[in-house]
Design a binder for this molecule. Structure first.
Ligand code: NZQ
Ligand code: ZN
Length: 385
């Protein structure tokens, strides 16, 4: 096991009725800005629950954070924050709303010029950020218990990650009931995103982390057993609760402690979203199977273990078991209605392969646990997607 540091200051309140606990968590003297997305919270009653809980607070609102939150929109919230002297940010929505809020929190305190250039392009460490918390409404990103965000910029068709320990949520309220209203597409996106988060952290090479591996494979097994149930009964509380906790634990760093991580599927997937506007979960479902095939030899031990322990594959030869793992993963995605080919989204594989190769080459990047996913490897992977 490699050395590791673990830090997660987020208080989690999980379960029915937790939104009503907001007044215990936010000081009444604060000027609070509630940040939300395109309006789902107004349709499913979450907005009303938050407003009721925060009655009597000095509460401001900023709506309109898009899926794949845009830098340009986030900066409008920063203006409002500076104008009104806001003290505390409360994100109410999916991962995009929360990610946007994390960036807004740091951008509002950034003093080095353009916060996108500084915090995202130059990856400067944020020196200060407004405190933030969330009522998370979509199980997928794990953003409710991590320090990351992914921000898109319209002007340059970019989608890039941002990290800072200053943007860990102070608290996250996870009431699985709020997910009853999710469109099927978003439920599926969330299951696939969670699955791929686990793959990015588990499916590399073995450095003797059996406990973390068991946690990781446990999340995959739970997702596979709960996914058909949630599709059949979207308002089954227990199933929604299990899926949400999988998503949170899929990216709160527990499964990656002391292990080696990949993240190349995400980095290629972000480019597909930036160029073609497909959902984050869709982009991952397209890339993962082909990336695993491309990297099969290097990942064979972990893939074989996954094949045997998650999908019950009996094969004793690791490379053959690895093939079975990849087939089973794609079949699982397809079985819940997630399409896994670029052509399913009317994207030409050659066009995607060339665009992403050019971008990765210009940035001179190499992703994956061994730095094997260069511009040329990404090209090979996408050509086969
Ligand atoms: O915008 P509203 O109207 O709220 O509607 C949203 C949006 O249209 C809707 N929705 C959310 N909760 C709902 C709901 N509709 C009905 N009922 C509910 N309870 O769902 C749509 C998608 O929402 P979004 O927040 O975009 O989805 P998700 O949570 O999957 O977030 C995706 C973003 O997170 C980033 C992705 O790249 C993408 O930009 N990621 C963030 C990560 C992190 N912070 O650690 C890691 C991930 O790998 C991921 O990259
Ligand atoms: Zn993801």
């Amino acid at each position: 096991m490699n050395n590791f540091e673990f830090y997660c200051p987020t208080k989690v309140l999980f379960g029915k009725g937790m939104i009503a606990r907001l007044p215990e968590l936010i000081d009444r003297s604060q000027k609070v800005l509630m940040i939300y997305g395109g309006g789902s919270i107004k349709k499913n009653g979450v907005y009303d629950q938050v407003k009721k809980a925060l009655e009597g607070y000095n509460l401001y609102e900023f709506g309109g954070i898009e899926p794949n939150p845009k830098y340009e929109t986030c900066m409008k919230a920063v203006e409002l924050i500076k104008r009104e002297g806001i003290d505390f940010l409360l994100a109410v929505g999916g991962g995009s709303t929360l990610d946007g809020t994390k960036f807004i929190a740091a951008a509002a305190k950034y003093e080095g010029g353009d916060p996108y250039e500084g915090l995202i392009v130059r990856c400067e460490e944020a020196k200060d950020a407004l405190p933030l918390a969330d009522v998370i409404t979509l199980p997928a990103t794990g953003s409710e218990m991590n320090n990351g965000a992914v921000i898109s910029r319209i002007a340059t068709s970019e989608k890039l990650p941002f990290h800072s320990d200053l943007v860990f949520p102070r608290f996250s309220i996870i009431d699985p009931q709020v997910t009853f209203s999710l469109p099927v597409r978003q439920t599926i996106n969330g299951i696939v995103d969670t699955f791929v988060h686990v793959m990015e952290q588990y499916c590399t090479y073995d450095v003797n982390t059996p406990l973390q591996d068991d946690w990781a494979l446990g999340i995959l097994r739970t997702l596979i057993s709960e996914a058909p149930k949630v599709l059949a009964e979207p308002e089954d509380y227990e199933t929604r609760a299990n899926i949400f906790w999988c998503a949170t634990c899929g990216l709160n760093y527990w499964i990656s402690l002391g292990a080696v991580q990949d993240w190349a599927t995400h980095m290629i997937g972000h480019e597909l979203t930036a160029f073609y506007g497909i959902d984050h979960g869709q982009s991952l479902a397209i890339v993962l199977p082909r990336l695993l095939k491309n990297q099969k030899v290097s990942k064979s031990k972990k893939l074989a273990k996954l094949a045997r322990e998650v999908f019950g594959v009996q094969e004793t030869v690791d490379l053959k078991a690895a093939d079975k793992a990849i087939e089973n993963i794609e079949e699982f995605f397809n079985s819940i209605g997630m399409k896994t080919k670029l052509s399913d989204y009317e994207i030409d594989p050659m066009d995607a392969a060339e665009k992403v190769r050019e971008r990765f080459a210009a940035r001179n990047v190499a992703f994956g646990e061994k730095g094997a996913i260069t511009a040329d490897t990404a090209y090979e992977i996408l050509k086969n997607c």
